[in-house]
Design a protein around this ligand. Sequence first.
Ligand code: TRP
Length: 328
Amino acid sequence: MEKVISGIRPTGNLHLGNYFGAVKSFVKMQDEYDCMFFIADWHSLTTHPTPEDIRRSVRTILSEYLACGIDPEKAPIYVQSDVKPVLELYLYLNMNAYLGELERVTSFKEKARTQPDNVNAGLLTYPTLMAADVLAHKADKVPVGKDQEQNMEMMRLFARRFNRIYKVEYFKEPESFHFNQKAVKVPGLNGSGKMGKSEGNAIYLCDDEATIKKKVMRAVTDAGPTMLNQEKPEVIQNLFSLMELVSTPDTYAYFDDQYNNMSIRYGDLKKQLAADINAFCAPIRERIQAYQKDEDYLNRVAKMGAERATAGAEKTLQEVRQIIGFGK
Ligand code: TRP
């Protein structure tokens, strides 16, 4: 079975956009591939989180991904910093990663621009750590968003370069698996394109019923259709797109007809949408809360993941040390 690995950057709670994008593909992939997922807490150090930030985000990610259906028996989920052999591979890869090429990476340039006071070496070598994450497990495929493509290209470059320098065919070049091309677009609630944390237009899986309702009722609309069967403007289409994801086809058709015959009342549409979003999120939310409280279980999941990941990575590192000339 092909191996799949992906890192999860700790960036706060999951929202519906994440759910219908990355998370749903992860849940599907765990049945089709030999999957592993990890929380990229080493990578997160580039922005200097507090110890409490780190502990909290590990708990949050574990409980939310488990609540969404990641099954740790099928797809181990581990914390990056629990798997030490990756760090050694990071060091080796860094010896053959050049300043010029690392400085040219767009996300590095972007960070150097937006956080000029914290252009640290970890930021510069972000692509080598990411390469080590994947190469240590000799993964075939890496599910990532389009924004990670340059890091993926660097990973393949480092793999090829290692093989060339040591005259071996050791690492294979991991393929990117872009889930956001196939994924449905989940719009935000303020009429502006995609749902996102930084856009401030997101509904989180952990939002309670009242919060969901408040967010949906505040969504931007227009003055209503002025012609029969007219095309929906973006703000209205967005509400319908959300409805398509969480409501029954009958409910969708009911409001679509009302729009087309111009009898629609957006207040009614929003109430229904809020109720359907809540019905969709409620079981996930309850599971998140249950996992959050069960620290023993979360620790067991992370420990089980770390053991499996460490065993695999250590085997790779033993071979890599031999190739480099270390060890007997
Ligand atoms: N860079 C990825 C992101 O920002 C997170 C990540 C770290 C990752 N290591 C990885 C993703 C290895 C895939 C494989 O989303």
